[in-house]
Write a protein that binds this ligand. Structure first.
Ligand code: ATP
Ligand code: MG
Length: 182
């Protein structure tokens, strides 16, 4: 699909969008943003930085969308203290891929879903993220999600949305629901 001419003008200003906070909705907002961008002719790459045990069905749907590519980690982090180096290597490999995507000019919007966690748990140096945001081509939009976004990332952002956990069914004993949580 070709980009819409009105979106392909050179005056587009790439934005850094951050979705953070303790409430639910960060990943689903990023998925929505990716769909909107692709639907308007932008070329999108969506990176999922955390691989849980759940099947994230939304990623399969995203993969079926024209102009939209998805990359997720092949194995998850161990989160075991004595296997920290393995986790670091996993994070580094995924980060290299994301960095290449942002710098390549192949994509108009790159989603780094849950990347804030990696920085928070020191699997990825904050300097790497800031360096990439600084160097990115000026037309590229970048979305970063995850709780505990670091102050430096908030500083670098053009837009910050904080999800507030006002009420969550989990606390009344209702477990994660297919189609809602995963
Ligand atoms: P979603 O993927 O539903 O948009 P999220 O990206 O904001 O949520 P994460 O912080 O990535 O949430 O958490 C991962 C999982 O925990 C998701 O299944 C999410 O629905 C669930 N979750 C998010 N916030 C809460 C909360 N306040 N209490 C319990 N579970 C939550
Ligand atoms: Mg999430």
């Amino acid at each position: 699909m070709k980009g819409r001419p009105d979106l392909a003008t050179d005056d587009r200003r790439g934005l850094v969008l951050v979705m953070t906070g303790r409430g639910k909705g960060k990943t689903t907002a990023a998925v929505g943003q990716a769909i909107r961008a692709a639907g308007n002719g932008l070329s999108v790459k969506y990176f999922q930085f955390l691989k849980g045990t759940w099947n994230y069905g939304e990623l399969d749907v995203l993969r079926s969308i024209p102009n939209l590519e998805v990359e997720r980690m092949k194995t998850g982090f161990t989160w075991e203290p004595d296997r920290l180096e393995e986790d670091r290597a996993l994070a580094a490999a995924m980060w290299r891929s994301a960095r290449t995507a942002v710098l390549s000019r192949e994509y108009d919007l790159v989603v780094l879903d849950d990347v804030n966690y990696l920085v928070h748990y020191r699997l990825l140096a904050i300097g790497e993220v800031l360096d990439l945001l600084r160097r990115r081509p000026s037309r590229v939009h970048v979305v970063l999600t995850g709780r505990s976004a670091s102050p430096e990332i908030l500083e670098a952002a053009d837009q910050i949305t904080e999800m507030t956990d006002v009420k969550h069914h989990f606390r009344s004993g209702v477990l994660a629901q297919s189609g809602i949580e995963y």
